[in-house]
Design a protein. Structure first.
Length: 354
């Protein structure tokens, strides 16, 4: 069973659906490439419900690309705190600087120029080019994979080497040349609201009579995936050294999670340790006697493909840095630093100054 794009009037149908069902989102009220770019970077790997407040905050705090370029990386990360995938914020800052330095703050209007910027891949370049400059350039993201694989019955695993080329070619053949921006917005919105990952309402779908997945009972199995990514489990023991209103923190600079964010001194294990073992290791690590004031956790914290169990140890101890990368800071000033969400949540739940 094969239906052509022409036989189902794909472009007309999906844009008509979009005009009726689209959400009223602030970045849809503008063709300013700075704001569209901001929204697209924030919404990568992020649900609209979570990203909305961050978009509004960044739009308010950094009203122009010049403001974003002039800001410090630490300040940007602090505003990004809790959104995850922090490389997005660092890449965004680098791109803002380049646009100001090399393009006088004006975003280029072609895909080929946009895709050269750090953190701007095929999807984001197509989104900006089509939404803001009416360029015929089809977006392909998770929602688009799902919609096209189901309606056209495509069984190619979306994590395979050939998938992006195949789906991109199909999307390019479907896109409305007169209004590519609306088409791209429509197909993504259709995947987000109508052709959802689980339990889509197929009976209310404008493609119900033409959807191959619906006709062949494969809605729940498409899009297909060939690989299952293994999850890594890690055990973090954070050392909160307290003395005279001061403590120690350091910035993560390894190529690992939370790069450039701040944290407390850390012991990491491959499995959960008993409190006695951790206390003994802390004393060895610090080279001094310690008094345990409180233990908080373990807290289960899920990341993409990683499962963390995090414990916080409040300790009475000297706070002179025992590592060159550590900084002695006043407890009252901790809110000035960007911490990983699990650490920030801890600091919100406890009062280290008592």
């Amino acid at each position: 069973m094969i239906f052509s794009a022409q036989s189902m009037n794909f472009s007309d149908k999906i844009i008509s659906w979009y005009k009726v069902h689209k959400r009223d989102l602030p970045w849809r009220q503008t063709k300013d490439p700075y704001r569209v770019w901001l929204s697209e970077i924030i919404l990568q790997q992020t649900r609209v419900a979570q990203g909305m407040d961050y978009y509004l905050k960044f739009e308010r705090t950094f009203p122009s690309v010049f403001d974003l370029a002039d800001a410090s990386e630490d300040f940007i990360l602090k505003n990004w705190q809790g959104l995850g995938y922090y490389s997005r914020a660092r890449n965004m800052h680098a791109t803002a600087k380049k646009i100001v330095a090399e393009f006088d703050g004006i975003f280029p209007d072609t895909y080929d120029e946009l895709v050269q910027f750090k953190g701007v891949g095929d999807y984001t370049a197509c989104a900006i080019a089509s939404f803001c400059f009416n360029r015929k350039c089809a977006v392909v993201d998770g929602n688009v994979y799902r919609v096209l694989s189901r309606i056209f019955g495509i069984e190619t695993p979306i994590d395979s080497g050939t998938a992006k080329t195949e789906f991109k070619k199909l999307a390019e053949s479907l896109i409305c040349a007169k209004d590519p921006g609306s088409f791209n917005q429509a197909i993504m919105e259709f995947g987000a609201l109508q052709c959802t990952p689980k339990s889509p309402d197929c009976n209310m779908c404008p493609f119900e009579d033409r959807c191959i997945a619906k006709a062949t009972g494969r809605v729940s199995t498409l899009p297909a995936k060939s690989k299952k990514i293994k999850s890594r489990t890690r055990y973090f023991e954070y050392l909160i050294l307290l003395n005279g209103g001061f403590t120690l923190i350091h910035q993560r600079n390894k190529k690992d999670i939370w790069e450039k964010l701040y944290e407390f001194p850390l012991l990491e294990y491959s499995e959960l340790q008993s409190p006695d073992i951790v206390v003994n290791d802390i004393a060895k690590h610090l080279g001094q006697n310690i008094t345990v004031v409180d233990v908080y956790g373990p807290i289960k914290h899920l990341l993409s493909h990683q499962k963390l169990f995090v414990r916080f140890w409040q300790l009475e101890a000297m706070v002179a840095p025992f590592d060159k990368d550590q900084h002695k800071v006043a407890i009252k000033d901790l809110d000035q630093f960007a911490f990983p969400k699990v650490v920030d949540n801890y600091l919100r739940d406890v009062d280290l100054r008592t």
